[in-house]
Write a new protein. Structure first.
Length: 306
């Protein structure tokens, strides 16, 4: 710690407070000290005195979708840099989720909770609130905006017949967003899928069983979009010649195959969620807005009937 203090030109006490997220340090100094510590590969150590002070320097991270790699990586990296251990709980299916909230194994183990890509129910919210630690949730609050961007892009390419695939922990229909953008909506073209490549392949099987294929597919999951892409190609169909594909999640694999996607700046969102959580641990509020989404056009979309 003394080496970091000398390099940053501050006292060791300031370094300690800055890296532990404690009050008494300006945000500019906190960021500067954190950057110096990062360059020096300094890792803060927890000791008996810190535990005695009430801090455990551990944060629980809950997620229902490990496919959100950038979101998890952003949060995990920011927590490690701030000197916190990460307890990861993957609530991928209903049984795991029910068991977790029944047992709630976090009591007296963590200083806070991050719920990433988990659409919490009122009962689950109440259960976490009972832990009496700060809870910060990051969900697809911009899903409608992302869908609007994707739909607007497709209508600009003269698409009318568009299938919408809702993947993972999404239980709401967003057909009205498509209608508002001037797209035709057919019940058989709104499908639900697991957040996997195999799920995307099964989506294509369902679409092929219909009277005709849509000219475009929008998927809320990058893995599902990739599955749709691979299955269509395997069936001898052209992407985007026969079917255009838009992902509402910009995964690395989707980028690798040239997938048009709404990029959610997920790594930055994970980092922002940690900033909000650490501010609450200091008894402060972080009112900054998370990064906004943007459409990145690649080779998987083209004019309808091209």
């Amino acid at each position: 710690m003394s080496d970091v203090a000398r390099a940053a030109g501050v006292s060791a006490a300031t370094v300690s407070r800055a890296l532990r997220g404690e009050p008494g340090v300006s945000e500019a100094t906190r960021r500067y000290v954190t950057e110096v510590a990062k360059r020096m590969r300094y890792a803060i150590a927890r000791d008996a005195s810190s535990l005695a002070g009430g801090r455990r320097y551990a944060v629980a991270v809950l997620t229902a979708d490990v496919g959100r790699g950038d979101l998890l990586a952003g949060a995990e990296g920011a927590l490690r840099q701030a000197g916190y251990d990460v307890l990861l709980y993957v609530l991928r299916d209903a049984d795991a989720r029910k068991r977790f909230f029944e047992e709630l194994p976090l009591a007296r183990r963590v200083d806070g909770v991050l719920a990433l890509a988990v659409n919490l129910t009122d009962a689950e919210d109440a259960a976490l609130a009972g832990l009496d630690v700060p809870v910060v949730a990051v969900w697809d609050g911009d899903l409608r905006e992302a869908l609007r961007l994707a739909a607007g892009h497709l209508t600009g390419l003269r698409h009318q017949d568009v299938a919408l695939v809702l993947a993972g922990d999404i239980d709401e229909s967003y057909d009205e967003v498509l209608v508002a953008e001037g797209l035709a909506v057919r019940p058989e073209w709104t499908l639900w899928s697991s957040s996997t490549v195999a799920g995307g392949e099964q989506v294509v099987d369902a679409l092929l069983d219909g009277e005709r294929l849509p000219t475009a597919v929008i998927s809320t999951s990058g893995e599902v979009a990739l599955g749709v892409f691979l299955r269509l190609r395997r069936d001898g169909r052209e992407v985007p010649g026969d079917v255009s594909i838009v992902s509402l999640e910009g995964t690395d694999l989707a980028r690798a195959v040239g997938m048009t996607a709404v990029e959610g700046a997920w790594r930055e969102r994970g980092e922002h969620a940690v900033d909000v959580l650490l501010a609450r641990l200091r008894g402060e509020e972080d009112d900054t807005e998370p990064p906004s989404v943007q459409l990145v056009v690649r080779e998987s979309t083209g004019p309808a009937g091209s």
